[in-house]
Design a protein around this ligand. Structure first.
Ligand code: SAM
Length: 384
């Protein structure tokens, strides 16, 4: 880190030097040719080193090395495939279903399709989800998903922490659900797996990404289930959703565009830290607030919203939540209550590392023993 900061300072000094040379003696071409060209991934790391070392203090070096290392995946079992056979195969690999382990606290899951009520306590989420992960410290990888005998893929590989916003949403049977920024569709698929959606609107502004979402749905969800759940895929600007369909959804997921911290450190393509995207990056918190406000306006009074990002930045996480709640109170006289999700830390402590001091919401931080996330999620109830 010190080396990076040092290099930044050296660059600034070089530029200052350049400014003192008389105009006619400047060799612009030579300068441009020798100027070090930073890849966007490097710019992302510089940015994170500056901001996250302040935000996370002593925790940052360990988060940093984890972000730069290979991430772990979870295998979300497709309930529309032969899920019991698929689960047995995943168990054979020594993976375990972290959702059911958390719900049943180590008690065996009921067999032969019987349903058992989850222990009451603070647990409030749809228990139909099955997601397998390898134990802490085990860096084994899952084989690629296969087409099963029922004509749909047997599991979906995703960052297992991405399931937490869906679990937090706590779907109940018969819910009307909106997934405002849905593509490429991992969370939409999980929402459908709960079997709770009376209807599901899945939206994404990008038509090409909405196309990818359609492909995921076709590969994983049989046509009759898509019809039964009245799945509707749209490609609208989510910021306008409150005006289009206000006060009607029971549950809304607002999984916003963000700095996608892990992706930004590894992929040049579509990297938001490219110099040309600086303005767009600076405007992200504003876009995120507009999307969350629209999600809350689309929710019925008494309904629930989960806001999520895969960024560590509190400017994109807690600040957006707090700013939006204030905005809704001032501009619309709408009261929003943040729900306590601290029990998630205890329930999922064997699988994920949580940041202990979020002001609102919960944050999964990457850890070498459990290299999932980052994933921030905050649950809100629209009161009026
Ligand atoms: C973090 S990704 C969503 C990931 C998705 N929920 C999943 O689990 O696969 C954010 C998405 O927001 C979309 N997006 C950006 N601006 C938007 C807007 N104004 N309205 C709706 N979607 C938008 C992007 O195209 C992108 O696909």
């Amino acid at each position: 880190m010190a080396a990076l900061v040092g290099r930044g300072v050296r660059d600034m000094l070089k530029r200052a030097d350049f400014m003192t040379v008389p105009r006619r003696q400047r060799h612009k071409k030579k300068w441009a040719a020798t100027e070090p060209k930073f890849p966007a991934t490097r710019l992302a790391l510089q940015n994170f080193d500056m901001t996250y070392s302040v935000q996370f203090g002593d925790l940052w070096p360990s988060i940093r090395v984890s972000l730069l290392s290979e991430q772990k995946y979870g295998a979300l079992v497709n309930n529309f495939a032969a899920w019991d056979r698929v689960s047995a195969e995943l168990e054979q690999l020594s993976a375990r279903d972290f959702v059911n382990e958390a719900i049943f606290h180590g008690e065996p899951e009921p067999k032969n399709g019987q349903t058992a009520a989850p222990p009451p306590a603070s647990w409030a989420c749809s228990p139909n989800l099955r997601c397998f992960t390898f134990a802490r410290g085990d860096v084994s990888r899952f084989p690629p998903a296969r087409l099963g005998s029922l004509g749909v893929m047997d599991y979906y590989l995703m960052d297992a922490a991405s399931l937490l916003p869906v679990l937090a949403l706590g779907l109940q049977p018969g819910d009307t659900v909106l997934d405002l920024c849905a593509a490429p569709g991992g969370k939409t698929l999980a929402l459908l797996q709960t079997g709770c959606c009376r209807n599901l609107a899945a939206n994404d502004l990008s038509t090409s990404r909405a196309g990818r979402l359609q492909k995921v749905l076709h590969s994983y969800v049989p046509q009759d289930v898509r019809d039964r759940n009245r799945v509707r895929v749209t490609s609208w600007d989510g910021r306008k959703w409150g005006e289009l369909e206000g006060d009607i959804y029971d549950r809304v997921l607002v999984d916003v565009p963000c700095t996608t911290d892990r992706h930004s450190l590894h992929e040049e393509e579509n990297n938001i830290f490219k110099r040309s995207r600086k303005k767009e990056r600076q405007m992200l918190p504003m876009l995120q607030m507009q999307l969350l406000a629209a999600g809350l306006l689309a929710t019925k009074p008494g309904g629930h919203v989960v806001y999520s990002t895969c960024s560590l930045s509190h400017l994109q996480n807690e600040y957006v939540v707090q700013g939006t709640i204030e905005l809704l109170a001032n501009q619309y006289d709408i009261k929003v209550h943040v729900e306590d999700l601290t029990h998630f830390r205890k329930l999922f402590m064997d699988t994920f590392s949580f940041f202990p001091s979020c002001q609102v919401g919960e944050l999964v931080i990457p850890n070498l023993m459990a290299n999932f996330g980052p994933m921030y999620f905050c649950k809100m109830c629209r009161m009026t």
